[in-house]
Design a binder for this molecule. Structure first.
Ligand code: FAD
Length: 475
């Protein structure tokens, strides 16, 4: 498909245009450009056309027509994915952006039925309007779309309490590779009637079907939150603190993020309006948040009690507790702006890995010297959802090194980091997925039987290999 042009596909595109409207079949470079460049600039996509269906039936029509013509497609939501899964390399793009309706909100069932193209932030707002919470929070929430979140099984900063995207779904509507629509839009909390088919499409990155709608779980809205930014001596003490705060607040501990000094300094240097939390610099920091849907107890007092004890035990060396919502937001920015700030420091080689929570300090103790020994001046920027065992083990290039030469070392660093992760019973893809970027890494590290089962599922659901080819599975 790499050299297929819109002219080659003219009969198919005309047929689709008659169904979805010619303005929604984009073929001009000026119109398709935004769909072909991803966040990190790692890939330049190529496509004969971007298709913008307006509803589930349109998506079904497109996939049936493409199946008949043997033409592959790549589903795309908000195009914020970090592993190139949404990038076409000659395939047609099916953008879900126009499927952006909230079909139903039910504060009694505590569910919301949404179309795949709804922007995550709009789902948050719709939940808030009925005094509920949809707890998936990631820094891309202003532009990513729920179909993309579910297809990547996105994580984010509230997984500790609420789980990954997969755990927030009750039902799905999916268009299969042959164009048939599976309606699994059930609002049931209990449903053991046969195989749980929705799991096939959650986290499988558009390789087994296109999600067109979902029933999401809602939760009671928080009535209070307390946010603290803390300096900790090292990751071991951070874990002790995690254990302490969870012991105090239970499920009320909704966020626990670890950040290294380099990351915080990078944010403070490059992101306007960010504020240094402490007079002194420290090697490691934690952002911790308590929240609860009740005012029956005082989370602020609980946090203060916990931190006093943690300081006495040497787990925390400096602390600030937000005194207002504005201050809490400012503390959050230090964490949320980290990926953006890193772009200003040149090339960055990223590893989105996880290990058992208890082994995070050991992972860092092994991986940090292993990578810095390879390249003088390398600037590691580990941060992430340490309460879930998920570290974004990012490496910023040495100052003055040519960016392209550094990025050429990606595979080299992959081998070092992913070998350590694998030896520690961890995962080479904690929350961003496999996409194109890590398909060969999955082939290298996955259990052969697991790969065989994945291949069998792929062939069963997509026998012609037309759904997002070359993603996840290296075939
Ligand atoms: P896209 O990028 O468009 O697509 C992602 C994948 O899903 C592709 O494989 C695509 O083919 C497939 N897909 C999209 N829509 C559908 C559909 N309807 N049906 C089937 N397949 C589909 N991720 C985390 O997990 N945690 C984070 O904290 C986090 N933070 C981020 C912060 C920033 C600044 C950015 C840019 C990204 C971050 N991400 C994070 C990455 C995350 O995967 C995406 O932001 C998001 O989940 C993808 O949604 P999207 O709509 O942009 O999907």
């Amino acid at each position: 498909m790499t050299s297929t042009t819109a002219a080659d596909l003219a009969p198919l595109l005309e047929k689709i245009a008659r169904r979805i409207g010619a303005p929604h079949v984009l073929t001009e470079p000026g119109d398709t450009a935004a769909y072909l460049r991803e966040e990190r600039g790692l890939y330049d996509g190529r496509t004969p056309a971007v298709l913008r269906p307006g509803n589930t039936e349109d998506v079904a029509f497109i996939l049936a027509a493409c199946a008949e013509a043997g033409v592959p497609v790549v589903p795309q939501g908000g195009n914020t994915g970090l592993v190139g899964g949404q990038m076409p390399f000659g395939e047609l793009v099916v953008s879900l952006a126009r499927l952006d309706k909230i079909r139903h909100v039910d504060p009694v069932d505590m569910t919301m039925t949404v179309e795949a193209g709804c922007i995550l932030d709009s789902i948050h707002k719709a939940a808030e309007a009925v005094n509920c919470l949809f707890p998936l929070h990631i820094a891309a929430q202003g532009s990513c779309r729920i179909g993309g979140n579910l297809s990547t099984n996105a994580g984010g900063t509230a997984v500790l309490r609420y789980g990954n995207a997969k755990e927030l779904v009750l039902g799905l509507e999916v268009v299969l590779a042959d164009g048939r629509v599976w309606n699994g839009l059930k609002r049931l909390r209990k449903n053991n009637a046969g195989y749980d088919l929705k799991q096939l499409f959650l986290g499988t990155e558009g390789t087994l079907g296109i999600i067109t709608a979902a029933v999401l779980k809602l939760f009671p809205a928080p009535a209070q939150r307390t946010t603290a930014f803390l300096a900790v001596p090292d990751p071991e003490h951070a874990l002790k603190l995690l254990h302490r705060l969870r012991g105090l607040a239970g499920d009320g501990l909704t966020t626990f993020e670890l950040m290294a000094d380099f990351g915080i300094e990078t944010v403070l240097k490059h992101m306007p309006g960010t504020v240094r939390p402490f007079a002194d610099r420290h090697d490691w920091y934690v952002l911790a948040e308590f929240s609860a849907p009740t005012r029956a107890f005082d989370l602020g007092a609980l946090m203060e009690t916990g931190l006093e004890a943690a300081m006495e035990a040497g787990e925390v060396t400096d602390a600030v507790i937000a005194a207002s919502e504005a201050q809490a937001d400012a503390l959050w920015r230090l964490r949320e702006d980290m990926s953006e700030a890193q772009k200003h420091e040149g090339g960055s080689i990223k590893h989105d890995v996880s290990v058992p929570v208890s082994r995070v300090p050991e992972f860092l103790a092994r991986a940090l010297p292993a990578v810095t020994a390879e390249l003088p001046g390398l600037r590691p920027c580990p941060f992430g959802h340490v309460g879930d065992g998920n570290i974004h083990f990012n490496l910023s290039q040495p100052v003055g090194m040519e960016k392209a030469a550094f990025i050429d070392m990606w595979e080299h660093f992959n081998r070092i980091v992913h070998d350590i992760v694998t030896e520690m019973d961890g995962s080479i893809a904690a929350e961003h997925g496999i996409g194109r970027l890590k398909a060969h890494e999955l082939a290298h590290y996955a259990d052969p039987l697991a790969l065989e089962l994945m291949g069998r599922l792929k062939r069963a659901l997509d026998p012609q290999g037309l759904l997002n080819p070359g993603k996840v599975l290296d075939v």
